[in-house]
Design a protein around this ligand. Structure first.
Ligand code: DC
Length: 229
């Protein structure tokens, strides 16, 4: 069983997915974190060329620990949960994520993972390419200014030294790359429920989505039944 939330960078998908996971007692899957982790590996390996990096993918062992609150991620045994949030990774991740072999590698990991439990996942192409048969699909969006403002606040609170302009430019260029790449671009699936969060409070959007989840019988009983079957 899987619920997916797609949408552009900074649209609030991760925090929403996390809160919905908590409320409904399911697990959170942060697909962007997987792309960030692979990007960290690419940087650590000295930014190899495409062919060389594709070869190196076979040596990457990803492990994740997910509950409703956290999505911890380990690469070859070492935890990288915090490390992957750096500005340097944000700068390069869309380029690494545009490589079809990287996408195949991560998609395989995610499809195997969701066989082990009930997940709510956030990403760019989950409803369109990775889980076309997802039980429920959301597409979250908000204006670029609003997304940049939120992401800027979040980064400053974590002590990162960035300007609002830098954050807005990074989001705009990632949007551009994510929407226009040849392999599985960011796309609104036809059967997704669109949630525009511009001007909405976090609680408002969570309540709206939570109600939809309830209506779609993602009640705790249904989930428990699914896990037992
Ligand atoms: O959600 P995020 O900002 O942590 O995602 C980081 C990058 O990963 C994003 O710029 C594009 C890529 N990504 C992707 O291509 N497909 C996904 N399903 C999730 C993320």
């Amino acid at each position: 069983m899987i619920i997916v939330i797609d949408g552009p960078a900074g649209s609030g998908k991760s925090s929403t997915a996390k809160e919905l996971a908590r409320r409904h007692g399911i697990r959170f899957l942060d697909s962007g974190a997987l792309y960030r982790a692979v990007t960290l590996r690419w940087l650590e390996k000295g930014r190899p060329g495409r062919e060389e990096f594709i070869e190196l993918l076979t040596d990457i062992d990803i492990r994740t620990e997910a509950d409703a609150e956290n999505f911890r991620i380990f690469i070859n045994g070492g935890e990288v949960t915090e490390k992957i949030r750096s500005g340097e990774i944000a700068q390069h991740v869309s380029r690494v994520a545009a490589v079809p072999e990287v996408r195949e590698f991560i998609n395989r990991y995610m499809r195997d993972l969701v066989k082990t439990g009930v997940y709510i996942a956030d990403g760019r192409d989950l409803g369109s390419a990775v889980f076309p048969d997802a039980d429920l699909k959301f597409y979250m969006d908000a204006s670029l200014d609003e997304r940049a403002g939120r992401r800027y606040k979040e980064m400053r609170e974590k002590g990162q030294n960035v300007t609002l302009d830098e954050v807005r430019d990074n989001l705009a260029s990632r949007d551009e790359m994510d929407r226009n790449r040849a392999a599985d671009p960011l796309k609104q699936p036809e059967d997704a429920l669109v949630i525009d969060t511009t001007g909405k409070s976090f609680d408002e959007q969570i309540n709206e989505m939570s109600e939809i989840i309830q209506k779609n019988s993602f009640s705790k009983t249904a989930i428990t039944k699914h896990l037992k079957s």
